[in-house]
Design a protein around this ligand. Sequence first.
Ligand code: SF4
Length: 237
Amino acid sequence: MADVRKGLIIVNTGPGKGKTTAAMGTALRAVGNGLKVLMLQFLKGSWHYGELDAVKAFGENFVIKQMGRGFVKVGGAETDPEDVRLVEEAWSEAEQAILSGAWDLVILDEINYAIGYKMLGPEKVVATLKKKPEMVHVILTGRNAHPSIVEIADKSELFRNPRHPYTQALLASVPVADPRSKRLKPLVDGDVPSPVNPPTGCVFHPRCPIAVAGCDRTCPELREVRPGHWVACSEVN
Ligand code: SF4
């Protein structure tokens, strides 16, 4: 069998701590294997200068850039325009870094927060991920990854062949204008979980009709299940 290698897109999401630390562990292993790593921090958080200084020892092979100015005031109109501007600037640099192919691994730290707070459109991120150079790895971190990041495919494939149970539920809930047409059976029950206290593991597991043991503990990676079609679900092949 041919040895096929491809860059991965990994989403470290879910509640609790450890998402950035896990990405950092992956980064250190990558640098140790001779890969070049760039970490862009969208919202400057709990980093200590000691950690940032330690990374400087790797020189140009591991670069961390702090793009935001700390935890932001969020919530619709109250979001400070200066924070939005900084996120846009960070995204512009991230996009260029991913598409240039100059880095083997690009970590978009806390980008899920920036998307969740509506400071960055998820469609921009998805569009760039879909056209990334084949061998570039990308890690996205932060709670509550946007639903469009659980499945990536071109529009016709996504509508014809949705694979993630969340995408299937969304499409099944779209109203049909034809009164003769039967409504599809709703695929999910229950309430949308609170973003303040999201579920553990796969955030969709409390409402997922195909959840299995372990879905409440492990965040699934975004995997390419057929050419150009990426799904973050452990049960989809
Ligand atoms: S990982 Fe588990 S809970 Fe999440 S969508 Fe897949 S089957 Fe459902």
